[in-house]
Design a protein around this ligand. Structure first.
Ligand code: NAP
Length: 299
């Protein structure tokens, strides 16, 4: 495989891809704002054409879930119209597109992990615009792979793990939602999954192309359980810790509604490409270690 272009530079997934590419023996090129802006379809077409890439990975999105409720047009442009332009450009160039989507395309009902073919029912602007992006890609480009992930954290950018460790520096106790259940997912594991998939295409370029896959951490917990796990790991390394009190979603005023059952079943990805993320506590430990260990790449 030659010529892999990643859209996104400083985001969690983009930086994780940059870090994990060398051990997979892959070289990636990165682009992003301003020369490739999701809000500017022409800039995306130019970037794909100029790169000569065979594979485009979209690691960029409007990811601010509550903010999206206030700016639905911006979210639609970045999460749907932009990805559609990327897909059209890839189709014109004979390239394939790996696109990342979200558990928030589901309505959160039931109590079993969501499978790819389950009916979608997004509850938020973010979820609706991400679903619109998926559908636009399916319509524009047969050579796609859509990967839905969830609850993403990493040593990079902004995420729940970094927020918890920061807030615990000043507050002895925190109130965290206890009835939303999902799969905490290290962006480094998503990167490993994507790079494994690209590696599979070296031998078998058609494998799994045109499919939608769930790719999330193995095992599930609530946000409160996630927070407790973060603090237990941190405390063991003499890092910041706080008491966690559970609160119900119904009693927590968030602008965007969120699904209660967000669990994703990642079996199809494992069966197709031979990669399954490690159990979430293992991946979490690695990231907490890096965050507390003064890793210079953690910002
Ligand atoms: N974070 C989560 O919990 C979560 C959950 C489920 C699914 N996902 C999905 O996973 C993917 C990766 O998320 P992430 O957590 O890595 O996101 P992130 O850390 O918020 O990074 C977002 C990236 O998008 C780029 N971006 C934003 N607006 C842009 C624009 N107008 N043009 C070009 N690039 C733009 C940012 O660019 P700069 O580098 O210029 O800042 C950044 O690289 C996204 O598709 C997201 O929807 C995330």
């Amino acid at each position: 495989v030659s010529g892999i272009l990643v859209l996104g530079r400083e985001g969690q997934l983009a930086r994780s891809l940059a870090e994990r590419a060398p051990p997979h023996g892959l070289a990636l090129a990165f682009t992003g704002r301003p020369e490739a802006d999701l809000a500017d379809p022409d800039s995306l077409r130019r970037a794909v054409r100029a790169s000569g890439a065979e594979i485009v990975v979209n690691a960029a999105a409007h990811t601010a879930v509550d903010q999206a409720e206030d700016e639905p047009e911006v979210a639609q442009a970045l999460n749907a119209t932009g990805p559609q332009a990327l897909a059209e450009a890839a189709q014109a160039a004979g390239a394939r597109l790996i696109h990342v989507s979200t558990d928030y395309v589901f309505d959160g009902s039931g109590d079993r992990p969501w499978r790819e073919e389950d009916p979608t029912g997004p509850k938020s602007v973010y979820g609706r615009t991400k679903l619109a992006g998926e559908n636009a890609i399916r319509a524009a480009l047969p050579a796609h792979a859509i990967l839905r992930t969830a609850w993403v954290y990493s040593p990079f950018g902004r995420n729940f793990v970094k927020t918890m460790l920061a807030v615990a520096q000043t507050r002895p106790s925190l109130t965290i939602v206890g009835d939303q259940i999902g799969n905490p997912t290290s962006a480094l594991d998503i990167a490993d999954g994507i790079l494994t998939m690209i590696g599979c295409w070296r031998d078998d370029p058609r494998r799994g192309v045109g499919g939608t896959y769930h790719l999330a951490g193995t095992g599930s917990t609530s946000w409160a359980g996630f927070a407790r796990a973060i603090f237990a790991l941190s405390e063991a390394r003499e890092g910041p810790s706080a008491e966690v009190t559970e609160i119900a979603t119904a009693d927590w005023p968030a602008k965007a509604p969120r699904p209660l059952n967000s669990r994703l079943d990642s079996s199809r990805f494992a069966e197709t490409f031979g990669y399954r993320a490690p159990p979430w506590p293992e991946s979490l430990q690695k990231v907490v270690d890096r965050l507390l260990g003064g890793d210079p790449a953690r910002d």
